[in-house]
Design a binder for this molecule. Structure first.
Ligand SMILES: Nc1ncnc2c1ncn2[C@@H]1O[C@H](COP(=O)(O)OP(=O)(O)OP(=O)(O)O)[C@@H](O)[C@H]1O
Ligand SMILES: [Mg+2]
Length: 317
């Protein structure tokens, strides 16, 4: 177990104190790619900040490679690489210098730092940009420099806080490839995200967190299976559903169809969960038509569906 978080709580004091982390327990295995998926304010950055010695817990304990981060922060930092939520490249240095100085800070000789910097520039396809200033880089390149710098001292665990926030889709995919590559080096990765595709694509295991607590934790496939539905029908109604009345009747009638495992109200209509798609579509259309069916979309469960099922809310709300 390379990351051990036990009973972690963080309360930010103040007139109205904020419970940012409310009792988190989690274990990450060596070599794993682990994701914390949750909406804004869920407590992801606070959790990462404590793990990386940037904030102190109110109660609870974090050990990285067996080292307690509160008792021995300097020792723990040797095993930790961090890419924070916001760009922290030194804007007065070049790309290469950013990596080089990081190596020196971690006790490399000037020669060893030079060799390691060249190696990382190569690995992250940054050699051509070695003498560029961070301000000249696109978001995707800057993020790659941040990752290269974060692993320069060969940490055991890399923490990535919202690694693809603000990246265009192409840069996001390049970043995913870079992160997957770290697996071959035996680096354990803990990342936070509020993009369910990112958690799904990249992570071996995902903890869905909300209001400072872990709601569920498992592989993306197991989490999606937990919905108990292979197919989801999103029905859009001509008049948005109000409480009670016609929508209740629709929910009741659709819910009674063979193979339907759940029905819920949405902002624009109702969502129907079903075991499989086999032959159900015409039945649903026939049932919903008298209620003013305007449109219908068929999807498969995603981690977003899991989150909605658990909280009644959208990840983006
Ligand atoms: N320094 C601070 N002082 C007071 N409250 C804070 C502080 N930092 C965070 N919070 C509060 O703690 C809660 C959790 O914040 P945190 O930044 O950990 O969430 P997050 O999951 O990283 O959110 P985001 O997706 O927006 O990055 C929020 O309610 C936030 O407003
Ligand atoms: Mg955050």
């Amino acid at each position: 177990m390379i990351v051990q978080i036990e009973g972690l709580r963080k309360v930010y004091p103040g007139k109205q104190s904020v419970v940012a982390v409310d009792g988190i327990d989690l274990m990450v295995n060596a070599g794993e790619l682990y994701g914390l998926l949750g909406p804004n304010g869920a407590g992801k950055t606070t959790t990462i900040s404590i793990c990386t010695t940037r904030a102190l817990p109110t109660t609870g304990r974090v050990r990285i490679a067996g080292v307690d981060v509160v008792a021995s922060p300097a020792l723990a930092r040797r095993s930790i690489g961090v890419v924070p939520q916001y760009n922290t490249l030194d804007r007065s240095c070049t790309v290469a210098e950013n990596i080089h100085f990081h190596c020196l800070y971690f006790g490399f000789s000037a020669e060893a730092a030079r060799v390691r910097t060249a190696e990382l520039l190569e690995q992250f396809h940054l050699t051509e940009r070695a003498s560029a200033q961070p301000a000249q880089l696109s978001g995707g390149l800057a993020q790659r420099v941040q990752i290269a710098r974060a692993i320069a001292h060969r940490p055991k665990v890399l923490f990535l806080d919202e690694p693809s926030a603000g990246l265009d889709p192409q840069s996001r995919i390049a970043m995913w490839d870079a992160v997957r590559g770290l697996r071959h080096e035996g680096i354990t990765v803990v990342l936070t995200t509020h993009y369910m595709e990112e958690a799904d694509e990249l992570c071996d295991r995902v903890a869905i967190i909300d209001h400072g607590r872990i709601l569920v934790e498992d592989s993306p496939a197991a989490l999606k299976n937990s919905i108990g539905a292979g197919t989801i029908y999103e029905l859009e109604l001509k008049t948005p559903p109000s409480d009670g009345g016609a929508t209740d009747a629709l929910i009741c009638e659709v819910g009674a169809l063979q193979g339907v495992t759940g029905v819920e109200r949405t902002a624009t209509g109702v969502r129907v969960y079903a075991q499989s798609a086999d032959g159900l579509l015409p039945e649903i259309v026939r049932t919903a038509h008298p209620f003013g069916l305007r449109d219908l979309a068929i999807t498969e469960p995603t981690l977003e569906t899991v989150f909605i099922r658990l909280t009644g809310r959208d990840l983006r709300e």
